[in-house]
Design a protein around this ligand. Structure first.
Ligand code: SAM
Length: 236
């Protein structure tokens, strides 16, 4: 069971901007050769904007399916949605997919459950189907942080490396890519995101810790933030 509930990840942030979604979907299409016949599943889909946009862009014949533990009122209506914890869901083997995406969600799964999850997903993949996993870049991460946030983020990135090792052991043939998006955002807007605890790292902080962190960012960053949002991509 995931212990954190993330509600503001894609709530009017760069991650839900048309620019980000277009650029991400272009990356996805290029690297997985999606066509309009593809059946797609997104695990931890959030508001489902990425898949919704992909549905329109490629005129997908089948509505993609998104699964998430949170059912957002403003989720994208172009996708089918199931509110569920992926770890408790028994996946119907009769329904197979050509592409299963896990974007910035696998770090929320217990290490001991990652293998079981991937093996169960394999069973609902079509013969030529692929699983594509995105995690934050662990080496040169540029996400603006305050000190405590950085500590917590680094811990999570160490865990991501563990996950990467598990995946590499299971799938030595995996393909690795990087998705990079240039973020331009005002400090004011970014501070709103921090206040809304947009990233899982911020969820456990107390109000006081968050206020202190906001002060730190106010002092240490310019009014316009420019950084690269970098993701590791693993294709199985
Ligand atoms: C960081 S967000 C990423 C959202 C989306 N994939 C994106 O990149 O825009 C992680 C999402 O995974 C969902 N999630 C976490 N654990 C989950 C689980 N065990 N089963 C289903 N969804 C889960 C959260 O509710 C959240 O929407």
């Amino acid at each position: 069971m995931a212990s954190v509930v993330i509600k503001n990840w894609d709530n009017k942030t760069w991650l839900s901007s048309q620019n980000y979604i277009n650029s991400f979907n272009n990356f996805l299409i290029k690297n997985t050769k999606i066509n309009s016949n593809f059946k797609i599943l997104d695990i931890g889909c959030g508001r489902g904007k990425i898949l919704g946009s992909l549905k329109s862009k490629l005129k997908l014949k089948y509505k993609p399916l998104g699964i998430d533990i949170v059912n957002h009122k403003d989720r994208d209506k172009r996708i089918k949605f199931k509110k569920a914890n992926i770890l408790n869901l028994s996946l119907r083997k009769s329904q197979k997919f050509d592409l299963i995406m896990i974007k910035q969600t696998i770090h929320l799964i217990k290490l001991s459950k990652v293998k079981k999850l991937l093996k169960s997903l394999e069973k609902i993949l079509n013969t030529k189907g692929k699983i594509i996993i995105f995690t934050l870049d662990t080496e040169n991460n540029e996400i603006p942080t305050f000190k405590l946030m950085k500590l917590k983020l680094n811990k999570s990135l160490i865990r991501d490396k563990e996950i990467f090792k598990i995946i590499t052991n299971l799938y030595p043939q995996r393909i690795q890519k990087k998705f990079i998006f240039n973020v331009r955002i005002s400090k004011k807007k970014y501070l709103e995101m921090i206040k809304n605890r947009y990233i899982s790292t911020l969820i456990p902080f107390s109000k006081k810790q968050l206020i202190q962190g906001i002060q730190e960012i106010k002092l240490n960053y310019k009014n316009k933030l420019k950084f690269k949002d970098k993701l590791n991509c693993i294709i199985l």
